[in-house]
Design a protein around this ligand. Structure first.
Ligand code: KIV
Ligand code: ZN
Length: 388
């Protein structure tokens, strides 16, 4: 089976930026968009142009600046939204309008206060209008995760007929289980006429911590685009984390799915977004957290020193981290202490190392982490002599 490319659609600047306190100005958005292009994302969702004059300007500026990636603007299935998105995207080499409407009964009945028939009619009108401005039109069925599959297939089919090139199936509330979401994608793949002409897209939220798992279930079942954000930022519990899906596909080559992302730029991109959004990354965050490649317990340190792969499934250099780190704590063993002392130029025989280890544990019990300077002081205080 040939390797298939999964399109990476980054929505850090639209869905990701909806986090309270993370508002970015146009200059900051331009810097992040440049980095996303360098990273190799296929689509940059630059914003929601109708939402504010600032967002309109930002989308316009990103559209002008971007050369390789498609630039996308969001709109509801509302005429003025679509016209405004089209206007903001005018300067883009590869523009995409992303338009859509709620499809679950909850959205149809309580948010839109209308009927399924009316929703279908609005969806068709929206796609047709967007298509009159740009070739590339993505249709989203909001709350598709809680929409019954039969109705979802009907509205998707209408969107394809109206000219949609991409069908976005959002699990807007992060409700689905991976099997359920994967089955939904498979159902659409098998039941929407004309589906072979378009690309199915995942868009998963993380309310139950399943966004990444659901996105992977989606592509395993036929989706060919993943919508995601750097560091998984986004409203409530966030979106699918770009760095996670990229590395999952990379670390599991038998899936025969790949992306165009340069993984070596993942860490610096994460740091940039975290800094600009003033949104710290949790230390234990997969792939880009400060502790993702650091080992602190004795058993793990001993293993990693003997062979890195005993406790690491990713070479840190593949995500732009120079090396894994051995953090010295009260849980560290002699092997880790000897390893660090050697790096500092101290080669002790067994007896001296035992002595050093006793003193080290006392220091480690007082401090959370024993640093190189603490080791120099320890060696001097104890008058420890290097062997040979
Ligand atoms: O989560 C969602 O449903 C969305 C759509 C607007 C695409 O972000
Ligand atoms: Zn979303």
């Amino acid at each position: 089976m040939s390797v298939q490319k999964i399109q990476i659609f980054d929505t850090t600047l639209r869905d990701g930026e909806q986090v309270p306190g993370c508002k970015l100005n146009t200059q900051e958005k331009l810097v992040i968009a440049k980095q996303l292009e360098l990273l190799g994302v296929d689509v940059i969702e630059a914003g929601f142009p109708i939402s504010s004059p600032g967002d309109f300007e930002a989308v316009k500026a990103i559209a002008k600046q971007t050369k390789e990636s498609t630039v996308c603007g969001l709109s509801r299935a509302v005429e003025n939204d679509i016209r405004t998105a089209a206007e903001a995207l005018k300067g883009a080499r590869q523009p995409r309008i992303h338009t859509g409407i709620g499809t679950s009964d909850l959205h149809v009945r309580y948010k839109l206060r209308t009927t399924r028939e009316e929703v279908m009619a609005r969806a068709v009108e929206a796609v047709k209008l967007a298509k009159s401005f740009v070739e590339d039109v993505e249709f989203y069925a909001e709350d598709a995760g809680r929409t019954d599959n039969e109705f979802l297939a009907r509205i998707c089919e209408l969107a394809v007929k109206a000219g949609a090139t991409v069908l976005n199936i959002p699990d807007t509330t992060g409700y689905c289980l991976p099997e359920e979401y994967g089955a939904k994608i498979k159902y659409l793949y098998e039941n929407v006429k004309g589906i072979e002409k378009v690309c199915l897209s995942t868009h998963c939220h993380n309310d139950l911590g399943l966004a990444t798992a659901n996105s992977i279930a989606g592509v395993v079942n036929g989706a060919r685009q993943i919508e995601c954000t750097i560091n998984g930022v986004g409203e409530r519990a966030g979106n699918t984390a770009l760095e996670e899906v990229v590395m999952i596909l990379r670390q599991h080559p038998y899936l025969n799915l790949t992306t165009g992302v340069n993984s070596k730029l993942l860490t610096e991109t994460s740091t940039l977004v975290s800094h600009m959004m003033r949104m710290p990354v949790q230390p234990n965050k997969a792939i880009v957290g400060a502790n993702a490649f650091s080992h602190s317990s004795g058993i793990h340190q001993d293993g990693v020193i003997k062979h890195r792969e005993t406790y690491e499934i990713i070479d840190p250099r593949d995500v732009g981290v120079d090396s894994s780190s051995i953090v010295l704590t009260a849980r560290s063993g002699r092997a880790a202490l000897a390893y660090r002392l050697q790096k500092l130029g101290y080669n002790f025989d067994k007896e001296t190392l035992d002595k050093a280890y006793g003193s080290f544990l006392q220091v480690a019990d007082e401090k959370k982490e024993v640093r190189d300077n603490d080791l120099h002081v320890l060696v001097e205080k104890q008058n420890l002599v290097t062997a040979g």
